[in-house]
Write a protein that binds this ligand. Structure first.
Ligand code: C2E
Ligand code: MG
Ligand code: MG
Ligand code: MG
Length: 288
């Protein structure tokens, strides 16, 4: 039961379909008032520039502290919230809270938030986001939305129109988990993305799997040709960092720099030891 071991599973619950279904229904019901009950919080994970070693932006990642079940990961409850239509209220809370915390705890640093397909397709999404940013006094230029490839495939024309409207307002757009979905490369040209995030599954195996390395290289080169910023997610080792630097990846994010942490404790600069490593790596001649 490999599926049971990840953070996206009903860990700690009794096995068996009936129980899973029951728990799922319970969580679905609990999600209906999760915002009002104040059970959600945000963690932030820095995204670091390879060339300057500066923190470019923070990704906001939602956390749910369930009164009886403890921490439940977003990989588990976001899909349930999506299917039950609760994602819109949660998503709105995430956007407001990310802006509020950036301004109060992170010196107004740029933030990125994950947005699901259901949210993107909700009526008045663009106006709604812009209004929330305005209410918080948060500049759209410092706000990025992360979307996965599946969103582009479902309802392509409508998604494209929405993304173009977001882009016109100054909001930045990132394509998350790149390489794991089914979208065609031509979408990359048609959709107005600023950033591509290479999925962690490729980064994880960079050092010991030639095909992961080949895919990461291809994405980096593609991104450069299309003038997009390339981010590697899930960077955990100096070895991975070195490989990504030699391939001229623009930015990195992962446990090597910081786990996602509450805004008042997340690092605001890269640890000096890592900064030294970054400088020494970046100085080395890069393979063309
Ligand atoms: P994602 O957007 O691809 O976020 C990256 C995930 O990888 C996060 O998991 C993060 O904690 C984890 N991660 C980051 N660096 C490393 C690393 O070096 N090693 C390892 N092993 N993992 C790393 P998390 O927080 O559990 O979030 C899972 C997914 O849930 C996110 O994937 C995103 O798709 C979704 N999600 C999180 N917050 C929100 C939200 O506010 N709204 C929506 N719609 N989805 C969200
Ligand atoms: Mg993301
Ligand atoms: Mg991702
Ligand atoms: Mg992901």
């Amino acid at each position: 039961h490999a599926k049971r071991q990840g953070r996206n599973t009903f860990a700690g619950f009794e096995p068996g379909m009936d129980t899973e279904l029951k728990v799922r229904r319970e969580l679905e019901a609990d999600l209906a008032s999760v915002v009002e009950r104040g059970e959600l919080s945000l963690c932030f994970q820095p995204r670091v520039s390879m060339s300057s070693g500066a923190i470019i932006c923070y990704e906001a990642l939602v956390r749910w502290e369930h009164p009886e079940r403890g921490q439940i990961g977003p990989g588990l409850f976001i899909p349930i919230a999506e299917q039950s239509g609760r994602i819109d209220a949660i998503g709105n809370w995430v956007i407001r809270e990310a802006c509020r915390l950036s301004l109060s705890k992170l010196s107004g640093a740029p933030v990125s938030v994950n947005v699901s397909g259901h949210q993107l397709r909700s009526r008045g999404f663009v106006e709604n986001v812009l209004q929330m940013l305005k209410d918080c006094d948060f500049p759209p230029e410092r706000f990025e939305i992360e979307l996965t490839e599946s969103i582009l495939v479902e309802d392509r024309d409508r998604s494209l129109a929405t993304l173009k409207a977001l882009k016109r307002s100054g909001i930045r757009l990132a394509l998350d988990d790149f390489g794991t979905g089914y979208s065609s490369l031509s979408y990359l040209r048609a959709f107005p993305f600023d950033t591509i995030k290479i999925d962690r599954s490729f980064i994880m195996n960079l050092a010991n799997d030639n095909s992961s390395l080949a895919i990461a290289e291809a994405v980096i080169n593609l991104g450069r040709a299309l003038k997009l910023t390339i981010v590697a997610e899930g960077v955990e080792t100096v070895e991975q960092l070195t490989i990504l630097s030699s391939r001229r990846c623009d930015e990195v994010q992962g446990y090597l720099f910081s786990r996602p942490l509450p805004a008042d404790v997340v690092p605001q600069t890269v640890e000096s030891q890592l900064a030294v490593i970054l400088r020494s790596i970046v100085k080395e001649p890069r393979t063309a």
